[in-house]
Write a protein that binds this ligand. Structure first.
Ligand code: FES
Ligand SMILES: [Fe+2]
Length: 418
């Protein structure tokens, strides 16, 4: 929970941001982000080998596999994965790859079974991934069944959310989230239900789509009639966290609710523990690498961005909420029950394809970012560190100019307040 002192500091920072006439004194000049990061196959491969392989990725909600024995396939990160709610109550993830000849062990998108049985030759695994039975075992000489289980994918929960990680060496999910795990307590992730989850294909690099949701600089132009009347963008306060995560908090304009920009009824359940800031501001987190989400007393609605080639991506829209009444299922991001994006997201995505074309053209070299867009630069710095700066061709790197003095809990603006 935010302490009264934290709230007071945030309020002061909002006024500081509204009053300043230039970036804070110690904020660095941001060198251009090379356009190649959005169009160059080398960078795309580096992202695959490092970012998608080593980050914690939101894969599922417990409501999708509510009972022991329930399983679901998950392939959004390009790897074949099956997530299983085990008899033990734990949630496990495995490569959906039979250790015999590689057929998928699970072919249905979702289901429930006491054992997972490969349909090719009938090898059978339990919920812990152990190989329990094979046909005609006498015809395999020296096959040690105990070493032929399904290969494990790291899987950890934050409340009802299920994350996976393909890196055995990665920190735990809680270490990865750092202070954000505590800041999120007021939103009660252990109580939120999954109301909707949809996916949309977009014709641009995944970062172009994500970055449209990582700054408020675009609000007054792109969202002139939707978000702008509600959100006071000049009072936005960005916070940068370790591991590339970020947060924005922008107060609502007087008398406006933080659902004011979208077409959703206020007559829905609320999470009582949500504090003053999240009730009166647009508070939104960027969790590295691909999660952007506002959170408030009504909803936890993450947007996730997944690459689908260099110049294509998929936008996944989730709405989570406290339990709702029959017939009042909240869905923040879509119209027509998941068939179309809502107006605000259509606005956000309007230029994606054209920006991709620009970045692929001879006429575009790099992206100059303002102080308001600092979270995008911070993300890129963290991405390069995760990849390993030396592995990145020089012309595709970003310079590491935002120093630790800007990483939470450090904040040079606080010294400038009084
Ligand atoms: S590939 Fe699965 S049993 Fe042969
Ligand atoms: Fe937007």
């Amino acid at each position: 929970m935010m302490t009264p002192k934290t709230i007071q500091t945030l309020r002061k920072l909002m006024e500081y941001e509204a009053a300043r006439t230039e970036p804070p004194k110690s904020f660095p000049v941001l060198p251009d982000i090379p356009a190649g990061r959005y169009v160059d196959a080398r960078f795309f491969e580096l992202e695959k080998a490092h970012i998608w392989r080593k980050s914690w990725l939101l894969a599922a909600h417990i409501d999708e596999i509510p009972e022991p024995g329930c399983f679901m396939r998950w392939e959004n990160a390009g790897q074949p994965v099956v997530i299983v709610h085990a008899e033990s109550g734990e949630v496990n993830a495995f490569y959906n790859t039979c250790s015999h000849r590689g057929a998928p062990v699970v072919t249905k998108q979702q289901g429930r079974a006491r054992r997972l049985t490969c349909r090719y030759h009938g090898w059978t695994y339990d919920h812990e991934g152990e190989l329990k039975g094979i046909r005609d075992p006498e015809d395999f000489r020296g096959l040690d069944m105990s070493c032929r289980g399904l290969k494990t994918v790291r899987c950890e929960r934050y409340g009802n959310l299920i994350f996976v990680n393909f890196d055995a060496e990665a920190p735990t999910l809680l270490e990865w989230l750092g202070p954000i795990a505590d800041e999120w307590e007021e939103f009660q992730f252990g109580k939120c239900r999954l109301a909707s989850r949809d996916i949309f294909d977009l014709n641009c690099n995944w970062k172009i789509a994500m970055e449209a949701n990582t700054e408020v600089y675009h609000v007054r132009t792109i969202h002139a009639n939707t978000v702008s009347p509600v959100l006071d963008d000049r009072r936005n306060v960005n916070t940068l966290y370790a591991n590339g995560h970020g947060r924005m908090i922008a107060p609502n304009r007087k008398g406006k609710s933080n659902l004011g920009a979208v077409d959703i009824s206020l007559d829905i359940a609320q999470t009582d523990t949500v504090g003053e800031i999240a009730r009166t501001c647009t508070q939104s987190y960027g969790i590295f690498p691909n999660w952007v989400s506002p959170l408030n007393q009504f909803l936890i609605p993450p947007l996730l961005f997944w690459p689908n080639g260099i110049n294509k991506c998929r936008l996944e829209t989730w709405t989570m909420a406290p339990p709702w009444e029959e017939g009042k299922k909240p869905d923040l991001w879509t119209k027509n029950d998941g068939k179309e994006l809502c107006d605000v997201l259509i606005e956000d995505m309007e230029f994606g394809e054209k920006i991709q074309q620009s970045m692929e053209s001879y006429g575009f070299d790099g992206v100059p970012l303002s102080y308001q867009e600092a979270r995008i630069y911070h993300w890129n710095q963290a991405a390069d560190r995760m990849i390993g700066i030396d592995k990145i061709p020089e012309e595709l790197r970003v310079q590491q100019v935002i120093g630790d003095e800007w990483i939470y809990p450090n904040d040079p603006r606080i010294a400038e307040l009084d």
